[in-house]
Write a protein that binds this ligand. Structure first.
Ligand code: PEP
Length: 259
């Protein structure tokens, strides 16, 4: 199965800087089968980058979208407007949930807007530190997955990606134990199986995100059930991001050799 390596640049880099950074990545990320390398620049940089990048080498992901297609929603950007610029869109990132108060209802509308407009939503789910300490991770994951994917049709699940991102691991330098990541991914797959059946659950790509870097990427990517990584801090350091793509590529190759 292919691996995803996704760089979320958040609210960093202006359009010019984004273009230079993408050019730097392009020098070092060969076109590889088996790894889907995706960058998430600001909305402003999507258009210039969509013209600049080789789409066989890297794909573009928006960091957010509004769920209505058009209308009087000053300052918002719809999934309809992202068509042709991005192939993917992050939905329900913990910063959207916690800073901008997005709830599961809004998040599910965004998932549907993405699908309706031919974009692949990357649904981010994960517990806060408080919830982790309370042992609430399973409930939170169930709620986020069920809330985000309610009303999605089984036939649309081929176009959905889920990212497990414990909020306490984001930007903190802390990561869960590998067995905790495995368990969380398993819980997410079980919830998807309840909703859509085992075969869809087996195939839905589930990524891990939260303080991934060049040092821990190999171990995390090797955890059973992890289909890729969502990376922010390290994605803004070219040698780290490129190195992680290299690791993903090696692992895909090894898996292929094993059969
Ligand atoms: C994120 O914000 O999605 C993330 C994974 O951040 P970081 O890699 O910096 O922990």
């Amino acid at each position: 199965m292919k691996k995803f390596v996704i760089g979320n640049w958040k609210m960093n880099l202006n359009v010019h800087e984004a273009s230079l950074f993408a050019a730097k990545l392009a020098q070092d990320i060969p076109i590889r089968r088996g790894v889907e390398t995706i960058i998430c620049p600001s909305f402003l940089a999507l258009e210039p980058l969509s013209l600049q990048i080789d789409h066989r080498q890297m794909k573009l992901c928006a960091q957010n979208c509004y769920w209505r297609d058009s209308g009087a929603f000053t300052g918002e950007i719809s999934a309809t407007q992202l068509r042709g610029l991005a192939q993917y869109v992050l939905v329900g990132h913990s910063e959207r949930r916690n800073i901008f108060d997005e709830d599961d209802r809004e998040i599910r509308f965004k998932v549907q807007a993405a699908l309706r407009n031919g974009l692949t939503p990357i649904l981010c789910v994960g517990e806060t530190e408080f919830e982790y300490n309370e042992g609430d991770t399973p409930h939170v994951l169930n709620d986020h997955v069920a809330g985000g994917l309610l009303n999605v049709g089984s036939d649309q699940m081929d176009d959905v990606i889920i990212a497990y991102e414990p909020v306490w691991a984001i930007g903190s330098g802390k990561t869960p134990k590998l067995e905790e990541i495995e368990k969380a991914i398993e819980l997410i797959r079980t919830q998807v199986a309840h909703m859509f059946g085992k075969s869809i659950a087996k195939n839905v790509p589930i990524l891990y995100g939260g303080s991934v870097n060049l040092t821990n990427a190999r171990a995390i990517l090797s955890v059973k059930g992890v289909d890729g990584l969502l990376i922010a801090t390290a994605s803004l350091i070219a040698p780290e991001f490129v190195g992680i793509v290299e690791i993903a590529s090696e692992l895909v190759k090894k898996e292929g050799e094993k059969g």
